[in-house]
Write a protein of this length. Sequence first.
Length: 551
Amino acid sequence: MPGREHLQAAIGCDDAPVTVPWWKSGVIYQIYPRSLQDTDGDGVGDLKGISRRLDYLTGLGVDAIWISPIYPSPMADFGYDVSDYCDIDPRFGTLADFDDLLSQAHARGLKVLLDFVPNHSSDQHPWFVESRASRANPKRDWYLWRDPAPGGGPPNNWISDFGGPAWQWDEASGQYYYHAFLKEQPDLNWRNPAVRAAMHDVLRFWLDRGVDGFRVDVLWHLVKSADFQDNPPNPAYRPELGEMHRVLQLHSTDQPEVHDVAADMRAIADGYAAAGRGARVLVGEIYLPVEQLMAYYGGERAGVHLPFNFQLIEAPWQARPLAVLIASYEAALPQGGWPSWVLGNHDRPRVATRRGQAQARIAAMLLLTLRGTPTLYYGDELGLSDVPIPPGQVQDPRELRQPSKGLGRDPMRTPMPWDASEHAGFSTAPPWLPLNADWPERNVARLAAEPGSLLALYRRLLALRRAHPALAIGDFALLDAEEDVLAYERRYGEERLVVALNLGATPQRFEVPTWARDGRPLLSTLADAAPVRDGVLRLRPNEGVILTLAG
Ligand code: GLC
């Protein structure tokens, strides 16, 4: 497998050498730390477990890991309720374990991103404990406190993303506080300069330690309208969507001032690169329509480097709508804005569940051949599917608060199956969530030994991205979206590649453009692709092929 140096050299061999930061040419792998690898026998993954699996990750061929929160936390929302931003939760290890993980990752050329949770802290965070102590406390204004509405009750109609009112009454101080998520996750007041300064110090704490960037949790939530107007009702509301969708989050999210907040964070991250301390990246979690999403790249001042693009998670799996989605996204990108693609994460159903095993292979090829930075969710490279969780074993607060609506997130957070030994090599104890029932067959050891496995395909695709600048950083052009075929070109310098994906379960013919008729298959998602004959590439059911025109 060619190393990173190979790609750098290839990138530099064009007329004008191009310097591409690692976060553009690289691939990010998301780790849900409770579920990757346990080493202390409590059934919950930990930092030493991640260190133990670094060779697996470099062997897979990813460039960076993003680790969901590992800070001290009461775990009301499994770490997204932080009670100390500058330490490690003992369940995951210690700061020394983290430093060790970081240096081991860096020694392998792997970057490490942390999850920065700036919108809310835990209600156990000392800042909130002080804030709630009295109305006169200097930290009172660090959170969002309001008097009851004139007629009594919550100050406005805002609804928590986990259901129920987003306001919690505090008897002792006689006011409500706002929480976009659980009442154990009070929202910080980002209009307060002291909060900004404290959070900037958090960023510097980790950047100084050497982390390569952050995924920024619910970035579009950070600033709320100054006058806390009611949100308008959502005309498309249906109960099965979950209660938060009763209203449109017009005033509680995506306020213009959030872009200044993002720009300040960006300035901090870029300051490290400017000082010669290496490129650091900010990836923003933002669930918004494309037009609003684009604003997070920034305007006069740069915003985050990579606003996550989650569209593939919910897109209809058909050639034309996908082609429209991709083309519109590409067209909407601002000058210099680098694309992002995601197939799944710890909040959404897994791709193998949504698309099935056969199309999971096509999804892999799509994710890793589109233009932009892909983020892979742990276990998706095995075709891991969602695990039904018996009611008595539910852990996710969202499911516990709004049961049986399909909103639960435990099913996609189950332990990584490493081998066929007891507890799948994940732990010596029963894991915190059940393993997928298929773990005796679907595990890393087994799939690594099968040349035709999805894992082997992921490895090949990742190796190809490394070897071919056309895939990693090349231009993109749509070629075709007829029936079940989605085809596009990737091009860099002299190299032209054609990707043709059969999104269905029947054979398809793809009329190769004239310039590509001499193309030969570089990779198929199935074994050996048929060559192009008479200008036609014959795709088998559920087959994707990459053709190369080089030399
Ligand atoms: C983000 C996280 C999700 C969490 C929520 C509240 O959406 O991805 O897991 O529950 O923020 O922090």
